[in-house]
Design a binder for this molecule. Sequence first.
Ligand code: ADP
Length: 491
Amino acid sequence: MYIVQIASECAPVIKAGGLGDVVYGLSRELEGRGHCVELILPKYDNMRYDQIWGLHDAYRELWVPWYGGAIHCSVYCGWVHGRLCFFIEPHSGDNFFNRGCYYGCHDDNMRFAFFSKAALEFLLRSNKRPDVIHCHDWQTGLVPVLLFEIYKYNGMWNQRVCYTIHNFKHQGFGGPEILWATGLNRESYYFHYDRLRDNFNPFALNFMKGGIVFSNFVTTVSPNHALEVRFGDYSYGLGHTLFLHQNKFRGVLNGIDYDIWNPEIDRFIPATYTAKTLANKAKNKKALRDRLLLQDVNKPIVAYIGRLDEQKGVHLVHHAIYRALFKNAQFVLLGAATERAIGAWFAHEKRHLNDNPDIHIELGFNEELSHLIYAGADLIVVPSHYEPCGLTQMIGLKYGTVPVVRGVGGLVDTVFDRDYDTQKLPEQRNGYVFYQTDPAAIESALDRAIDLWYESPTQFQQLQIQGMNYDYSWNYPGKEYLEIYDLIRHR
Ligand code: ADP
């Protein structure tokens, strides 16, 4: 099969969160299974150019229709750890991707509407006719709309689209200018409830809704989250749209790439290890303490790695820091804030706790350091308010770092409470789960985990090993996506 992924991120060259990991990991798995995969990405000025091999211009004269005229683009081509990627660079005064950031601009909707249009124009002009186009999140929600409303009539009649939603919170909105810019000419047609009109704001177009309505298949990133968005209030207003399109909607659990996230071969950690050589993990713990200037004492290390965002339950992350200190544990936090107020809050905590030898707060994004933390910590907390899938708990499991999670979204599909789980046998359980959003809830789980570490090291070690034995690689999800691709090709 010939598959083209259109996305706004691909790790490690462009990574703001889990989306980048998923786009890369899934592509690699599909290629490993003998399929041809290509990726189309924006050419941001701040992406990690050191992670691209052989970058060269592949297509110089791409003219993308935009409003009444066209924007001249160059398309560059290079390999990101073996994946063939095409990067689109527009040459216009808008400077869509030369902003020093991936997201967060006032005209993000225009930037990614343009990217969606440019990606299709590139496929059309370069005569690429994939069997399946797989696009991701609101940034590429317009791809199926443009494909089936415009490009289908220009020669791309045989393509199918699979659309994966990684986060329902960010849906992408715009007014009629989006239609004028992209050439979707019938305003009243697109501003219809059955198409792109937002379910609540009649004057807004909703990119994600367009993606759901026009794609051949829609997935979200875990089976439990698929239920939550259909029947709970996590769909941020798209529940009814999903109900109408339920026959083409499914939850597919994300995987993690065990070529990158694997303590057996990780090149960012000083001592590699497996479940059989778990004792080596202690060397990484020592290295982590040395690097972050934590005191070297007999205490467990609790970690948090992730965006500092309302979604991630920041108030519980904050509480976990003090609870860990109270319970005689150490705490390491690695996170970048998505809002200024949250950033200021944690910067304050960092200053406040600066002299405490049991805690380190690292604000910012640091991929290399994250590997050492996964390998060196004993516990990882994921107290999310909602979590479509969550990768950090799965990475933690692989590294023998026991997850302490809130029971929402994909966390329910991946972590099973050591003491109370009802689905798994005791020898299959792998972490700790709590459900409420108040401090007492996280305390109940964190305390049990820390107590086990102190009181029963062999049982704690057993729990680590049980977690390491889980297979959350792309093996199963890869198979499932291929089934979906097959299904829509023959529909
Ligand atoms: P998200 O909601 O951000 O997509 P996920 O749990 O799905 O959350 O994925 C988070 C990914 O980003 C993981 O690979 C995690 O290690 C990484 N990550 C998050 N924040 C940071 C950071 N500050 N530094 C390094 N890596 C990070």
